[in-house]
Ligand binder design. Structure first.
Ligand code: G1P
Length: 287
């Protein structure tokens, strides 16, 4: 049966430790680090909502309760600031809470991104779904005509009805930080994936086209994940499962429009902070 369903569900793997941000992430999930005044994970959920997805699944580990609290009521705080000028600071999170349903699943062992996604299977069932890695922060394209990356993938899914991943060209010396794809360009910026490799050394990388943390996946990926052996870093990699899928079915990779910040690194985090302060926060403060 062809998958003609609209995508309603989005998974957020959020079980990692965030060691690069220690000690900040010792008692606080890395997904709660703020870019200006909004936690990374909220940007991701807002992007999913913009793309038409309102069923949000978090794959969490121990020590991640703050994420659940963030998307829940806080009666004491709300009572305190009700009717004051501060109440507007809760507008965005209230919108998200009103429109979304949240499910939390625990990944008991850190066996990799592929394993985290497989942990989400009971929530997804047999329909296409999205995955967002909140560390990759995707800003709205400056032309104002396009949605953020996930909305662009969802629009392409409507057309192609297959698994689609977001890619970006990275400096060749950085291939070791990413999944790298190669393929044939079938339309401007859209590639039919032929090969994929997780975190290759620059000399082994087929191209410099790197996977960014936005995926639209068809549910058959779960069977591929079940059959995927641990790969790079001894972890079950979504890249390996997608590579196997690409051998049997069409998998597309798209150069999305708009800027992406690697907020899993201190440099990217600071860049994102400066960008959002200048381009979003200051403008909203004036409005
Ligand atoms: C993960 C994926 C990798 C992808 C990257 C994007 O790696 O395994 O293929 O390129 O996200 O951010 P991680 O950054 O979790 O090590």
């Amino acid at each position: 049966m062809a998958h003609t369903t609209k995508i309603r569900k989005c998974l957020f793997p959020a079980a990692g430790y965030g060691t690069r941000f220690l000690p900040a992430t010792k008692a606080m999930p890395k997904e709660m680090l703020p870019i200006v005044s909004k936690p990374l994970i909220q940007y991701g959920v807002e992007e999913a909502l913009e793309a038409g997805m309102n069923q949000i699944g978090f794959i969490v580990g121990r020590g991640k309760r703050a994420i659940a609290d963030h998307f829940d009521n806080n009666y004491e705080l709300e009572h305190q600031i009700k009717g004051t000028s501060k109440e507007k600071y809760l507008d965005d999170i209230r919108k998200v809470m009103d429109k979304c349903e949240f499910v939390f699943m625990r990944q008991r062992e850190m066996l990799g991104l592929g394993h985290a996604i497989l942990t989400g299977e009971p929530m997804i069932g047999n329909e296409p779904f999205a995955v967002v890695l909140a560390d990759d922060l995707c800003a709205a394209p400056s032309d104002g005509d396009h949605m953020r990356a996930l909305g662009q993938l969802a629009a392409l899914y409507d057309r192609y009805q297959c698994s689609i991943i977001a890619i970006e060209e990275v400096p060749p010396e950085e291939t070791g930080s990413y999944g790298i794809i190669s393929g044939e360009e079938i339309a401007p910026g859209i590639y039919q994936v032929h090969d994929m490799v997780e975190k290759p050394k620059p000399e082994d990388a087929p191209t410099n086209m790197a996977i960014i943390g936005r995926y639209v996946l068809t549910p058959e990926i779960f069977n591929y994940l079940r059959n995927t052996k641990p790969g790079a870093n001894g972890e079950v990699q979504i890249t390996d499962a997608l590579k196997a899928l690409a051998q049997d079915r069409q998998v597309l990779a798209v150069k999305f429009k708009g800027r992406r910040f690697d907020c899993g690194s201190v440099d990217g985090f600071i860049e994102a902070t400066n960008y959002y302060y200048e381009n979003v926060y200051k403008k909203e403060a004036k409005a």
